[in-house]
Design a binder for this molecule. Sequence first.
Ligand code: ATP
Length: 450
Amino acid sequence: MKTVQMEDIVSLSKRRGFVFQSSEIYGGLAGFYDYGPLGIELVNNLKTLWWNAMVRDHDNIFGVDGSIIQNPLLWEASGHVAGFTDPMVEDTITHKRYRADHLAGVDTADLKELAAILKDKKSPEGNPISEPRYFNMMMQTWVGPVQDDAAKTYLRPETAGAIFTNFLNVKDTMRAKLPFGIAQIGKAFRNEISPRDFIFRVRELEQMEMQYFISKDMQESAYDQWRQFAWHFLIDKIGLKESSLSWHEHDANERAHYAAAAHDIYFKFPHGTKELWGTHNRTDYDLSNHARVSGKDLSYVDEQTGERFIPYVIESSVGVGRMLLAVMSDAFVKESVNGEERTVLKLKPAIAPYKLAVSPLLKNKPELVRMAREIYNDLKQDYGMVIWDDNGNIGKRYRRQDEIGTPFCITIDFESLDNRSVTIRFRDDLKQERYAVDKLKQLLNKELSR
Ligand code: ATP
């Protein structure tokens, strides 16, 4: 079994409808992608699992859905206008720009350190490069008909902004007491200097974020709680291998401008071991700054002690696209079965785009097709994502379903007509078993909840 390469995932994504280059017929646009029919199912499954685990399973976490464009003062207060920067260098001949830290091969944003490492370095095209400098990654736009400075605003670079500005609204409407969290799933935009590695680093991304409001003395336990949450979610809910994950603690040079501590979960992506999910201690940085710039009182009064203070925040933040790339690369297997190569996505049934495939053994036998249709229609009512597949021989159908991660294929054959039984073929171990039709759902309920 060979290790998965990025080309394997890119090619499968395109061939089977997971991810397409955006505006492909016009040559695409660097850093932008579209999800296809199977990709969006997988994405929706990941988002639903996250939302259920985060919001529905916690009495003290509340959801919001904020707008992408907000009052620009928000981004002044959050420090993004001044500090949401990455170090970059420019190829002095082609004027192409590159992330200075990536070119230097270090995790730092310190310009002096980068300049020293990059002193004699050339661009990937072999040309001299400029001194490193900071580049602001916020995407700008204008609201209204006049494109002047007064109308200038930004597409949000992270979803957290609308959570801080809704702190009072949620606290008051939900009568929330500390500790409580606000969660959100939504798009964010970053004008990344060098988008690359397929959907790993893009300019339009989707984040699943939760900001947990606490008193100062809860910092350590809450930080630990949300680090553990992320780790267990990845393994237990979406089925990543524990051996694919590791912890990475940010040092001071690497941390975002708002963070006092940051631990990332790193995943073994095909292009290297990189950040998947961040847990950050944002301290009282955000609410203090929003209180200062907006002039609103964002403090909290502890009912027991009467103490008034600005809450601290522990943040849990993960990208949907990076999670999709992680599950696809973790589940991707190319193996040889009876001398033939098969590609299989060993996805956890809970996240697989299609749960079941139903096939009549032969598509030109009306009695087989009739019974298969009846079973298909019935299963579709209960399991939603069921695919009808009667194309080619049965071996080909299995291979096709293996490639898109369908965990179970159900075939209706001549014996089915005699005793109302079907064959179930299991994706991962290729086992085939006969089941009575009226016992089928019992088995599927058990298998699909794994
Ligand atoms: P990186 O160091 O990779 O640039 P970051 O530390 O800036 O990421 P955060 O600001 O902590 O990332 O964002 C939280 C999460 O959002 C990341 O863990 C990642 O999953 C996702 N994310 C951030 N930037 C991108 C991007 N350009 N493309 C895809 N996902 C991203």
